[in-house]
Design a protein around this ligand. Structure first.
Ligand code: NAD
Length: 263
């Protein structure tokens, strides 16, 4: 299948490792040029260099904290001033900390809302005018299976992902006449540092081991294993593609069957 992405421009947020990095790699393999961002300059540079080494992509790195609206604006401005356009926006961010309601201060809520909701809004606001003008665009938000079935002990993530889902589903209708699609992809348990950290957190809560906690998840997943970041990235690449022109307003799981619901 020709995804029709060659030569197009993607902005992938929070892409120094994990799901964001896998998405950036996949889009670069499809011939796209990239703007990627993350907080840590060294890890971001290592990722950019790895992508440049394996593909013909131009990769612009922007060190930025997505919980800071000025940084979010700077990422978008750098992308637009470098390439003059963003065809595909992939919003992503670090996962909010785990813990029950009473463990999170107002400040923690504020950071989660700024990082995982406001950054989506800010990046969307920046890319939308150009997409409308060109009458083509793809906005893809990384959310979570928690949207369909909240995950215990992840109240910050569960709450903020729901807000992003309402935002995306509403925006999808507004921009569909401009040939712009807006979709969310919901990762299930996927082998990244975030999931490793969650397993370690759960192990310390329950007095078990990280391996044992991973095993608990594996038994909940019909496929019997965690996902690989590349499996997640393949879905994002499809949604970014020309071929996905009639799919919008959807939240699509990449979860090995973890969500038990019919819809
Ligand atoms: P990860 O921790 O492995 O990677 C997160 C990336 O975000 C890194 O590049 C990191 O540098 C960057 N980042 C973190 N905080 C940032 C900030 N304030 N500003 C800019 N960049 C920042 O996480 P992941 O597993 O790749 O997850 C990505 C997103 O998907 C997270 O929001 C996570 O909660 C969500 N998610 C992941 C899974 C999973 O199984 N991996 C499941 C459901 C949801």
């Amino acid at each position: 299948m020709d995804l029709g992405l060659s030569g197009k421009i993607a902005l992938v947020a929070a892409a120094s490792r994990g799901l964001g990095r896998a998405v950036a790699e996949e889009l670069a393999r499809e011939g796209m040029h990239l703007v990627i961002c993350a907080r840590g300059a060294d890890a971001l540079h290592e990722t950019a260099q790895a992508i440049r080494g394996r593909t013909a992509a131009t990769v612009i790195e922007v060190t930025a904290d997505l919980s800071d609206s000025a940084d979010v604006a700077r990422v978008a401005e750098t992308a637009l001033s470098t390439f003059g356009r963003i065809d595909v926006l992939v919003t992503n961010g670090g996962g909010p900390p785990a813990g029950p309601f009473e463990s999170h201060s107002d400040a923690a809520w504020d950071v989660a809302i700024r990082q995982n909701l406001h950054s989506v809004i800010g990046l969307t606001r920046a890319v939308l005018p150009g997409m409308k003008e060109r009458r083509w665009g793809r906005i893809i938000n990384v959310t979570s299976i928690a949207v369909k079935q909240p995950v215990d002990n992840l109240i910050l993530s569960n709450s903020v992902r729901a807000a992003v889902t309402g935002f995306a589903r509403t925006l999808a209708n507004e921009v569909a006449p401009f040939n712009i699609t807006v979709n969310n992809v919901m990762p299930g348990y996927t082998r990244t540092q975030r999931v490793e950290d969650l397993a370690t957190h759960n192990a310390s809560l329950r007095g078990t081991s990280t391996d044992a906690e991973r095993g608990v998840w594996e038994r909940q997943i019909p496929m019997g294993r965690l996902g690989e970041p590349a499996e997640f990235a393949a879905m994002v690449a499809f949604l970014a593609s020309e071929r996905a022109s009639y799919t919008t307003g959807a939240s699509i799981p990449v979860d090995g069957g973890w969500i038990r619901g019919l819809l």
